[in-house]
Design a protein around this ligand. Structure first.
Ligand code: SF4
Ligand code: SF4
Length: 59
């Protein structure tokens, strides 16, 4: 799953635009990821300019 690090995001929307399953939602002052829909492609992690997103293995 994708973990959102606190207080780093500037809500640029880049991650939202690359997500192939549209499971990232951008609000005025936060983003939310629907981990049920996420297919773990990690594209959002790679494109985020601020390294806000992190992959966490569910084990
Ligand atoms: S890992 Fe892929 S599917 Fe999951 S939120 Fe990021 S871009 Fe979307
Ligand atoms: S790409 Fe990074 S900084 Fe931009 S909205 Fe997504 S998590 Fe926030």
């Amino acid at each position: 799953m994708i973990y959102i690090k606190e207080n780093l995001c500037d809500f640029c929307g880049t991650c939202v635009s690359v997500c192939p399953v549209n499971c990232i939602e951008l609000f005025e002052a936060k983003i939310e990821i629907d981990n049920e829909k996420c297919i773990d492609c990690n594209l959002c992690v790679k494109v985020c300019p601020l390294d806000v997103l992190e992959v966490k293995d569910e084990k």
